[in-house]
Design a protein around this ligand. Structure first.
Ligand SMILES: Cc1cc2nc3c(=O)[nH]c(=O)nc-3n(C[C@H](O)[C@H](O)[C@H](O)COP(=O)(O)O)c2cc1C
Length: 416
């Protein structure tokens, strides 16, 4: 008889969020795979998510799907438009084949964009106008303060992207309100200094993001789960603290979000808050100078020597858990079966996994069967530096999964 014992943890029981029932509580968090050269949803990307589905996770998240061309951060990124539905459908079919669900993370970069000047006609938009530090390398020096007409247009874009994702077979959409993208540019006082009804208190700063959520819920919420990812703290002086993190959760709950995933930090200003430790000092160098410079800026964060700790964002998450009843997905530094049990014991409904599933897409099955109790991922963060290289996001650690797209893959997912 085998000495392995199949886990009876609650983590392996179904979870219902909105109209969607998931087979267990494990959600592959968004980890921009970068396998969309020229915007093409490649077979490599579809294979990546199929492996996660096959490996036991309940739902895999495809990141990030821009709501428009203007909403992309980089040129080689997916836009959830009518043109990409067929390829995304091929991807979701491959995920569904293994009994898992697929979630599209829908995002607009706002001013946080490294698109070349001629990529679109639009000036980068944000909560505030004026100098755009992110556009220095690309000649997009100025950003435009969004007016009411811009807000209507962007809310419509989110709705359109959600409808397209439904047509592409996705089971859920995750509205990205964290990490410093457009909606976060409204939420965080680090970027938002508006004097009108969209600035000032956290209730005001949440007005536009909550409106987007509400419209997406109206459009697809009966058929798909509509979830939100946001930063529970910004990890930056002048940004949101847990006090605002709790208020944000309350607003998401009262607006009707089906689940909130509790992330951390801002892309550029506090990457260590997002990952629990900084990006590696020596790493694979992306070809693009623009991306290299962007990444050089990142390690200059508040705590450059911060050491990775498992479940590094549990303390703020516990405070949010105590404040709302809505389904919550814990995220940040989960690597072991003990971590999984702790997340369940603390009352979270689901667990998001990023790096541990890049290291081993079969982790969920392995934990359930009892064949392992610990992921071998060391949070070295080399996978983060790889996402903008031709092969895309992959693991370089010894023992890590080596089957991700090994080189540039441009074959459309729907090609025969
Ligand atoms: C390679 C890589 C790419 C990422 N890209 C995204 C992204 O596109 N959108 C997003 O919301 N988070 C992104 N993240 C952050 C993860 O979703 C997650 O917040 C982070 O990895 C912490 O979770 P973990 O400790 O389980 O890895 C990325 C993480 C990694 C490792």
């Amino acid at each position: 008889m085998s000495s392995m014992t199949k886990s009876a943890s609650k983590a392996f029981t179904p979870l219902t969020i909105g109209p969607l029932t998931l087979r267990n509580r494990f959600i592959k968090a968004a980890t921009n795979e970068g396998m969309c050269k020229g915007g093409v949803i490649s077979k490599g990307l579809a294979a990546f998510h199929e492996r996660v589905a096959e490996g036991g996770a309940a739902m895999t998240t495809v990141a990030y799907c821009a709501t428009s061309k203007d909403g992309q951060t980089f040129v080689d990124q997916a836009h959830l438009s009518a043109d990409t539905i067929m390829d995304f459908k091929a991807l979701t079919d491959r995920v569904h084949k293994h009994g898992a669900a697929a979630q599209a993370q829908i995002t607009h970069a706002g001013a946080f964009t490294f698109l070349p000047k001629d990529f679109s006609s639009m000036k980068p938009i944000s909560a505030n106008g004026g100098f755009n530090k992110f556009g220095v390398m690309t000649g997009r020096y100025l950003k435009k303060q969004m007016n009411r007409a811009d807000m209507n247009a962007i809310a419509d874009e989110f709705v359109r992207a959600a409808l397209n994702s439904k047509e592409a077979g996705f089971d859920a959409v995750e509205i990205h309100m964290g990490h410093g993208y457009l909606l976060a540019q409204f939420i965080t006082p680090f970027y938002n200094s508006r004097k009108d009804e969209y600035g000032g208190t956290i209730q005001n700063r949440m007005k536009f993001p909550a409106e987007v959520l509400s419209k997406v819920l109206d459009a697809v919420g009966k058929d798909m789960a509509v979830t939100v990812k946001y930063s529970q703290t910004d990890g930056k002086d002048g940004g949101n603290t847990i006090t605002e993190g709790i208020e944000i959760a309350k607003i998401l709950q009262s607006t009707g979000a089906h689940m909130a995933q509790l992330s951390n930090g801002l892309n550029v200003e506090s990457i260590d808050t997002m990952f629990g430790n900084p990006l590696p000092k020596s790493s694979v160098k992306p070809k693009s100078l623009i991306i290299r410079v962007g990444m050089m800026l990142q390690p200059k964060s508040k705590e450059p020597d911060r050491e990775f700790k498992q479940l590094y964002s549990m303390a703020p998450a516990q405070q949010i858990r105590a404040a709302v009843n809505m389904p919550l997905c814990y995220l940040g530094g989960a690597q072991t079966m003990d971590n999984v049990n702790k997340v369940m014991d603390e009352g979270f409904d689901a667990l998001g996994l990023g790096r541990a599933l890049i290291f081993d897409p079969n982790l969920v099955n392995a934990l359930q069967s009892g064949s392992i109790r610990n992921s071998g991922c060391t949070a070295c963060n080399q996978c983060v530096t790889l996402m903008y290289t031709p092969g895309g996001t992959a693991c370089v650690e010894e023992g890590g999964h080596k089957g991700h797209a090994p080189k540039l893959n441009t074959t459309p997912a729907s090609a025969a």
